[in-house]
Design a protein around this ligand. Structure first.
Ligand code: PHE
Length: 368
């Protein structure tokens, strides 16, 4: 069969040889272009380079032998040229070397615009929360978390807001539907503060305790520039023997200086929380005007930042139901809770709390 594909050569002048070889080269190129799959490539190799039946072998045995002596050199050169072409076609087909077309397809056009890959970054709330936590971690506090869906007992009752207590109205929240048949203490709600994790921590661990608790909280508050029905807090609890209000003051004064700069001053104002007694609101000297009075601090020179106080003995009594070592006669402690959004707004000069939750990349991109 192979023999039929090699025409009989009658003339051996240059033009006749060129014509004969270029016809063969064209056939080889056409066949190579149509190759798909390993079997086809192997068949092509056998057809052209096969030792016994291959076309090149045929050419060599039939044309070279019958050629007049003076034409053998010209014929041999063209034969080698054809052999090189066939070998290159095979290389290209087996992927040994890329074809021009393949190279072009892969070529990098450096004049095209690149693919931009956005780097992820911590959300400013997460970042602020981590910053607050690390200030206390450096003081030896550990970090705890608790559930966002909380029971009435942990969120309110054990924090000394008995059922019907008016302070509950200041922390209205979403309550799960269809719980009428459950005892009130077991009813589920979205926690209004991180304080219930104080109780969860004490129930699991006898004193001493030094813990900070970052987390998300929910309240039925109308949204405005500084209020959001969902926000974040970092809670703190320290219980040991002989913990005094001075320890509380010293700890929070240090924390505020660590967060806002060493020139910041703190002052403590009497306040009320059911779970601390005495309770205080902490104010820091205005970081915008240095205390002179400006619009941000409503000309007072002070900004209110967090709530705190000495743990109420009634709270220890609830903890003592599970851990008797929380005996208010033997131990004492302080607690504090701060709003993360409020601190982040001050640190970064943000005037709309809604910016944190809108997901607008023009805002978030500034924190990369
Ligand atoms: N849980 C209080 C609130 O959300 C803050 C607070 C925590 C106050 C701990 C005193 C002690 O308003």
């Amino acid at each position: 069969m192979a023999n039929e594909t090699i025409p009989h050569l009658t003339a051996f002048d240059g033009a006749a040889l060129d014509a004969a070889f270029s016809a063969l080269e064209q056939q080889a190129r056409a066949a190579a272009a149509a190759l798909d799959g390993e079997a086809a490539i192997e068949a092509f190799r056998l057809e052209w380079l096969g030792r016994k039946q291959g076309r090149l072998n045929d050419i060599s045995s039939r044309w070279l032998k019958s050629a007049p002596a003076e034409a053998k050199k010209a014929l041999g050169q063209r034969f080698n040229g054809l052999k090189t072409v066939v070998e290159e076609l095979l290389d290209a087909a087996t992927g040994a070397g890329p074809t021009d077309a393949a190279l072009q397809a892969e070529a990098l056009d450096i004049t095209l615009p690149g693919t931009a890959r956005l780097t992820g970054a911590e959300h400013p709330i997460t970042r602020t929360m981590n910053e607050i936590v690390s200030v206390f971690a450096a003081l030896g506090y550990s970090v705890g978390v608790g559930p966002e869906v909380e029971t009435d007992y942990y969120n309110f009752e054990s924090m000394n807001f008995p059922p019907g207590h008016p302070a509950r109205d200041t922390q209205d929240t979403l309550v799960m539907a269809g719980q009428e048949r459950r005892p009130q203490r077991d009813r589920l709600l979205l926690r209004t503060h991180t304080s219930p994790v104080q109780m969860r921590t004490m129930e699991l661990q006898p004193p001493p305790v030094r813990i900070v608790i970052p987390g998300k909280v929910h309240r039925n508050d109308a949204q405005d520039a500084t209020h959001s029905p969902i926000f974040h807090q970092v809670e703190g609890l320290c219980v040991d023997t002989n913990i005094t209000f001075s320890d509380l003051k010293g700890t929070l004064d240090h924390a505020m200086k660590a967060l806002f700069g060493s020139s910041v001053k703190t002052r403590f104002f009497p306040s009320f929380f059911p779970f601390t007694e005495p309770s205080a609101d902490v104010q820091i000297s205005c970081i915008f005007c240095g205390g002179k009075g400006c619009r941000k601090c409503k000309q007072s020179g002070w900004i209110e930042l967090l709530g705190c106080g000495m743990v109420d003995p009634a709270v220890f009594a609830f903890a003592a139901q599970k851990q008797p070592a929380y005996d208010a006669k033997k131990i004492s402690g302080f607690a504090f809770g701060m709003g993360v959004e409020r601190i982040a707004m001050m640190k970064y000069g943000i005037s709309e709390i809604g910016q944190f939750f809108a997901g607008d990349m023009r805002f978030l991109g500034q924190f990369v």
